[in-house]
Write a protein that binds this ligand. Structure first.
Ligand SMILES: Nc1nc2c(c(=O)[nH]1)N[C@H]1C(S)=C(S)[C@@H](COP(=O)(O)OP(=O)(O)OC[C@H]3O[C@@H](n4cnc5c(N)ncnc54)[C@H](O)[C@@H]3O)O[C@H]1N2
Ligand code: MOO
Length: 431
């Protein structure tokens, strides 16, 4: 029997070549930054991971501009300004955001608005409320010039560079704007757009064949005969895979090894990974085991509960190819989802540039618990009003309790009982 950490490592090693292939340049797709597609109008590159470094094509800001509504000045002109002896300057030509770069005459104060180009010859900005009078007079609408003779007084010196957004201070031309592997969220899409970039090369998403097995299974909503149940694993793991950045093809196969092999062979060249649920334990109809044990999948017992029966390997689907990695999970829905959390979620999310780990915490138990001493037990729990963990029952058919849980509670090997108040490791799943 292997530990869950050993199995985590084995799954990671199995998928390492897939990670390398995703990082290889030939896997990249070029997507528009801001085209909307699909029924949800999702920005196309949104959420994807950059395939290569993106280099800043120009400086940002591209021109020195004002950080405040105020007066552009030559700082030397205000060197002698004192509250008891303010410096009075004639008000010069105004620059609004979007206006071309003007020229500042020494010995004047040029009104500039936030984002407006700093006129050549000025080196600092004094916010309008720090001047006297503390607001612009005779400006507004389309008026760019004040009445001749208008002045503004300044009671303090100003250091060169004050409230000036200098060229290239956000990013300099030629610098790495975003590195390969960066995930394109709002700030990343914004900075690409600001740099004038309209399309980017992103890593392709992996495609997973999700194969649920079980003679008793019917699709959600389908009428049930006595003894049949609805397939919970397919929608559950499809959602889990989606949250891990993967695309999913799914298929529900009966308890027939031929059907499993057919489903795999039918997906040759179309999928990067196969995940199966069910058909791996000690029953008379262990379809996944029967279909795949002779084809390179190793079935192992992991010292974990739930999720003990696991399998992994590489199955050759077409001659001359490297084979597709296959990970098999037990059929019990809680076992399948806990298996996904422990063995695949961190790896797949890392592929997709997403945070691999759940937020973790050490919390007190609200009550005593027991656990099988030889297994790492993962229980589902909720955090009570005092911040302590109420731990649910261990059985792996209790999917409803999982759906209402906010934490996964880890009770490591070597623990058979813990008293109320003992500290336990939890992963938060209430995001
Ligand atoms: N004699 C033994 N029996 C069992 C052992 C064992 O060691 N010796 N292990 C138990 C453990 S632990 C688990 S976990 C399960 C694993 O069973 P399988 O992976 O072979 O899964 P199935 O038998 O196909 O199904 C188990 C259970 O889950 C339900 N199921 C399966 N697929 C779905 C689905 N897509 N949606 C909803 N429910 C599903 C299925 O109906 C069964 O109730 O084996 C134990 N037995
Ligand atoms: O390993 Mo099974 O997953 O305990 O129920």
């Amino acid at each position: 029997m292997r530990t869950f950490v050993e199995h985590q490592r084995a799954v990671r090693e199995l998928l390492a070549p897939l990670h390398s292939s995703l990082e290889a340049a030939e896997g990249a797709e070029v997507l528009a930054l801001d085209a909307v597609s699909g029924p949800h109008g999702r920005v196309r590159a949104h959420g994807r991971v950059l395939a290569h470094d993106v280099i800043a094509p120009g400086d940002l800001p591209a021109f020195a501009n004002s950080q405040m509504d105020g007066y552009a000045v030559a700082s030397a002109d205000l060197a002698a300004a004192r509250p008891e002896q303010p410096v009075e300057l004639p008000v010069g030509r105004t620059t609004a955001a979007g206006d071309p770069i003007r020229t500042h005459a020494r010995g004047t104060a040029s009104p500039v608005m936030t984002g407006a180009a700093l006129p050549h010859g000025a080196d600092a900005v004094v916010p309008v409320e720090a001047a006297d009078p503390p607001r612009f007079r005779g400006l507004g609408g389309s008026a760019h010039d004040v009445q001749p003779g208008t002045t503004a007084r300044f009671a303090h010196p100003v250091a060169a560079g004050t409230f000036v957004r200098a060229i290239g201070t956000d990013v300099a031309r030629g610098a790495v704007l975003l590195p390969a592997g960066a995930r394109l969220g709002p700030a990343q899409l914004g900075t690409l757009a600001a740099a004038g970039i309209t399309e980017v090369a992103v890593r392709r998403r992996i495609t997973v064949l999700l194969l649920s097995t079980g003679h008793e299974l019917r699709a959600a909503g389908a009428p049930l005969e006595p003894g049949q149940i609805h397939d919970a694993n397919t929608p559950m793991l499809r959602a889990a895979l989606d949250e891990a950045g993967a695309l999913v093809r799914d298929t529900l196969t009966p308890d027939d090894p031929e059907a499993v092999v057919d489903a795999l062979e039918g997906s040759a060249g179309l999928v990067d990974l196969v995940i199966t649920t069910g058909g791996v334990s000690a029953g008379a109809f262990e379809v996944v085991r029967d279909a795949l044990a002779a084809r390179g999948v190793e079935f192992v017992s992991v010292a974990i509960q739930p999720g003990g029966p696991q399998g992994l390997g590489r199955v050759i689907l077409s001659p001359g190819t490297a084979g597709v990695p296959v990970v098999t999970f037990p059929g019990n829905p809680v076992s399948a989802l806990v298996s996904f959390e422990l063995f695949l979620r961190p790896v797949l999310r890392a592929f997709a540039g997403l945070a691999p780990d759940r937020p973790r915490a050490h919390l007190k138990l609200a009550h005593a618990v027991n656990s099988p001493i030889g297994k790492h037990q993962v229980r589902r729990g909720v955090i009570d009003g005092d911040g302590a963990v109420e731990v649910g029952a261990p059985s792996s058919h209790l999917l409803h309790a999982y759906a209402n849980a906010t934490v996964l509670v880890h009770l490591p090997v070597g623990i058979d009982a813990l008293p109320a108040g003992a500290l336990v490791d939890v992963w938060r799943i209430d995001d």
